[in-house]
Design a protein. Structure first.
Lengths: 377, 533
């Protein structure tokens, strides 16, 4: 099977540049807005200039190799410079470079326009997920990789958008100027959506800006492009561009959800109920570091199974989830998860992997998390 | 300007000491050159094995043979070893062997320092490789070790990494002092600066680059050390520090470093092309000026590695223009090499094949570098496989090919034995085909959107990644053939003459093959003749 695939690949490699229809797979995306298309045009211009120069140089080289191979009775020439010729090609290089610099400069100025947008979205990079905050609407959520661990481990089949799918995409309206304010919470990440030609580093302590304007509704995918730790390859970006009315519904839906979640903290919870929610939350947010069996990857990611804190120190465990751990990968989940989710995941870890038997077995209910938050205020 | 010692010593016909002490205590430039070259050869296989792990993991989508954590360790150490453990020591080894023989000096100016510069290198890499067996694993933050991933979020072994980098830096600085002192003080009478062989010129300039930037690297890692252990906040945003500062410091070192890895290659290739063209190098003066201007420009282009960090537009434009300028001296060099071949009498022995491949493929790497210099387009190229393709084109068929070419070219001189020409050519063709199979498709996956340094990738990149992996395995295996050819020459090779190559010019070819343990104890007098190599 590999052999067949390989032969296919090899022929594709050499034939692909000949047929323009195959260009999509091997060239930069033309993009979906004016600036991306302009950058694509610039790319193609410099690409062809380089191809022509390269072809001339390599072609001349082949000519030299054939024409001047050593022959009986032919003496090599012995000239070793030609100042006029050298000056000519030096000037020629300079002219070509100026020719490239002019369009590059005009495109650069257009790309670097940082006027306010109609909509401003704060994007925060976390190890290893993106947080999107709609600044005008006070709506905020996290966007996690959706691809299952089984698919990554070749147990489940891989879908079309393998590694490029998230649970909650960023939703933006079409025909509006959307400005992104980009920062990071821990290490440096980089937010890249090729179709928008937006790639901007997310740096802790800095807020970088970028913007886009999308005409066509659609789903646009990208990835983190700055090495940000173990799961750098697993924090994709999905942007859904929708009509204005759909966008308004989306924002309203997010607000309603927030109100519902607040109500849930007052509900009386069963342990089993919390355990079930907690398991889900754990598999989505915690397994990357602490692993499915709670064993972690010591010493960087500590084990939860058999941990003294998880078994017998409820107060400290709540504190760790709410505040994170200074100088370690453990971040604060106070904003990432709801009160219910935090209580549930703590309950889950205190009941799973035999921690129940080894420790005090106490559970945490959402009200306790709410109280913790209120006491801090 | 001759500083050659005039006094006599009675023991100047003695050969090397016996046993291991010969290598431990040696102050002989030829022995130390060999040590550097063998060290770099061994590291090539260690760093290469890491590349094989990377390509095996990327053979198909999905997790293959290693965890994402170990994958990052492989990526990081592959880069560190290839840069600091292969390319740089190999060039220093060549400098040791060749500079004294090319300028008619008896040895390097500072032989004991020379011994020390070499012997701390295995210590540095011992420390680095030992981290694989420590708690927390080896460094996993990329060879560019951007803070705060390499400080607040690094594995505990980062401290060992910092000390290893310090030791490598010390070794390079000592080596450069030695090179500069030797070249400026120990040239044979009559060899003026503008009559020096180009390899010597390229190393003189490289050595100045090293002295200028290795302390900057040392500063960067020291600041990391302070942040990690002594509570400072150079790069900690939470303490008022600046993570971007790290990148400015790193690349102020890093860009000249890139040229440190290519300038000596320019020297080597110039010698080989003129020898096998049987014609003097075209535009010697402009070759020297081109190397010097590339070196100077390298100090003002560093932030082209940082077009996406959010610099003001004036910064983006400045670094775009300054980077584009480098194309001029580089273009001059390529055209000079072609003009050297023009109307020559060419033969294609293995060193010439590698040198021609160097010019052709380095040109491709240079052109993709020009594309990367265009800041707005770089928003799309940055941190994708397009960049990986670019720097591998200048480092593998660039720097590494020049080193391989140099080994084939001077091996008969060093050992006194010819290598097997058929096997050498086989090695060349296998390497040439596989290096392109490996790195050319990377341009495409990069443009199509595959980020670098990821252990797994989306489905649309699958086909090309498989080709790349096959190419990489083939390239890796081909280098075993290189080892075989070298060993075969040493143990079973035919005797070489002193001249070795019909068209070779330069002082080293006036010596026997192999040269005596001590050569040019009395400097040759070049006042009358021409010494350009």
């Amino acid at each position: 099977m590999y052999l067949k695939k390989l032969i296919l690949c090899l022929s594709a490699l050499f034939l692909a540049p000949l047929s323009f229809s195959a260009w999509d797979d091997i060239n930069m995306t033309p993009g979906v807005n004016a600036i991306a298309q302009e950058i694509f045009g610039l790319h193609m211009t410099i690409f062809w200039i380089c191809v022509v120069i390269g072809a001339l140089v390599l072609g001349f080289m082949v000519f030299l190799i054939i024409k001047y191979r050593k022959k009986e009775g032919v003496e090599p020439a012995d000239f070793d410079d030609n100042p006029k010729l050298e000056l000519t090609w030096t000037i020629l290089f300079a002219v070509i470079l100026v020719g490239m610099a002019i369009p590059a400069t005009t495109t650069m100025i257009k790309a670097y326009d940082d006027e306010e947008g109609d909509i401003n979205i704060l994007i925060t990079g976390h190890q290893w997920k993106w947080q999107y905050e709609y600044m005008e609407d006070e709506v905020s959520f996290f966007s996690n990789l959706l691809t299952s661990l089984d698919a990554r481990n070749n147990i489940a089949p891989k879908t079309e958008n393998y590694l490029l799918e998230v649970d909650e995409p960023l939703v933006i309206p079409v025909n509006k100027r959307v400005r992104f304010l980009i920062t990071a919470n821990d290490v440096i990440h980089s937010w890249w959506v090729p179709d928008f030609a937006v790639k901007q580093d997310a740096i802790p302590g800095f807020i970088n800006t970028a913007w886009t304007y999308v005409d066509e509704p659609g789903v646009y995918r990208g990835q983190c492009t700055e090495l940000c730790g173990v799961y750098h390859g697993y924090m994709p970006i999905v942007v859904k561009a929708v009509s204005d009315s759909e966008y308004k519904d989306f924002i309203q839906g997010k607000r309603d959800l927030k109100a519902q979640q607040a109500l849930l903290t007052e509900k009386l919870w069963e342990t089993d109920e919390l355990f079930a929610i907690g398991e889900e939350v754990y598999l989505k947010n915690c397994v990357a570091c602490h692993q499915v069996n709670g064993a972690g990857i010591p010493p960087v990611f500590p084990a939860l199974a058999g941990s003294e804190i998880v078994m017998n120190d409820k107060g400290r465990q709540v504190e760790i989830l709410m505040e994170g751990v200074q100088g370690a990968a453990m971040q604060s989940y106070a904003e990432q998860l709801t009160e219910v989710e935090i209580a549930a995941v703590i309950t889950y870890t205190r009941k799973a992997w035999g921690n129940d038997a080894g420790g005090d077995g106490e559970i945490v209910v959402p009200k306790e998390i709410l109280d913790y938050k209120n006491n801090k205020l | 300007m001759s500083a050659v010692i005039e006094g006599h010593h009675d023991d100047h016909h003695h050969g090397p000491a016996k046993g291991i002490t010969r290598w431990l205590y040696t102050t002989n430039h030829k022995d130390i050159g060999s040590l550097y070259l063998w060290f770099s050869f061994i590291m090539l296989f260690i760093g290469g094995a890491m590349a094989m792990v990377i390509r095996a993991e990327l053979f198909e989508p999905g997790s293959q043979i290693v965890s994402p954590e170990f994958y990052n360790q492989m990526v990081t150490n592959h880069g560190l070893i290839m840069v600091f453990g292969v390319i740089m020591p190999a060039f220093v080894g060549l400098a040791n062997w060749l500079i004294p023989m090319q300028i008619g000096a008896p040895d390097m100016a500072l032989p004991r320092l020379n011994n020390l510069s070499f012997w701390i290198l295995p210590a540095a890499f011992g420390v680095l490789l030992a981290t694989f067996f420590m708690e927390g694993g080896a460094p996993n933050f990329g060879w560019t070790f951007y803070a705060p991933l390499s400080t607040e979020y690094a594995p505990p072994t980062v401290t060992y990494f910092i000390f290893a980098v310090h030791i490598m830096g010390a070794s390079s600085i000592m080596g450069s002092i030695n090179v500069i002192t030797t070249i400026l003080n120990m040239r044979a009478p009559g060899m003026t600066l503008m009559k020096m062989p180009l390899f010597v010129w390229s190393w003189l300039i490289t050595a100045y680059l090293l002295i200028a930037v290795m302390p900057v690297l040392a500063g960067a890692v020291t600041m990391m050390l302070m942040d990690i252990h002594f509570g400072t906040s150079f790069f900690k945003a939470g303490g008022g520090g600046d993570p971007v500062l790290f990148q400015h410091i790193f690349w102020f070192f890093g860009h000249p470093e890139v040229y440190i890895m290519i300038l000596p290659a320019f020297g080597i290739v110039s010698h080989i092309i003129e020898t096998f063209s049987r014609k003097p190098i075209f535009g010697y003066d402009s070759m020297v000026y081109a190397i010097a201007s590339i070196a100077l420009l390298s100090f003002v282009v560093w932030a082209h590695h940082m077009f996406t960090v959010g610099m003001p537009i004036a910064g983006e434009l400045f670094f775009m223009y300054s980077t584009m300028l480098i194309a001029i001296p580089t273009g001059v060099k390529v055209f000079n090499w072609l003009s050297t071949m023009f109307k020559g009498s060419l033969t294609f022995e293995t060193p010439m094949l590698f040198a021609i491949a160097f010019v052709a493929l380095f040109t491709i790497g240079g052109l993709s570098g020009l594309m990367l210099a265009i800041a707005p387009a770089d928003f799309q190229y940055h941190d994708t496989y397009f960049v990986v393709a670019h720097f591998h084109y200048v480092l593998v068929p660039g720097a590494l090919f020049s080193i391989i070419a140099a080994v084939y070219y001077w091996l008969p001189k060093w050992t006194g034995y010819m290598y097997d020409e058929f096997m050498g050519k086989t090695h060349f063709w296998l390497s040439f085909v596989s290096v392109n199979l490996t790195f050319f498709p990377m341009h495409f996956v990069g443009l199509a959107g595959m980020p670098r340094r990821i252990p797994d990738y989306a489905m649309q990149f699958a086909d090309y990644n498989m080709i790349v992996s096959v190419g990489a395995f083939l390239f890796g295996l081909s280098q075993l053939l290189f080892l075989y050819v070298v060993l075969k020459a040493i143990f079973y090779g035919k005797k070489a003459t002193g001249q070795v190559w019909e068209g070779a010019q330069g002082l080293e070819w006036t010596l026997d093959s192999p040269p005596a343990y001590h050569t040019f104890e009395t400097p040759p007098n070049l006042e009358a003749g021409e010494a350009k190599g």
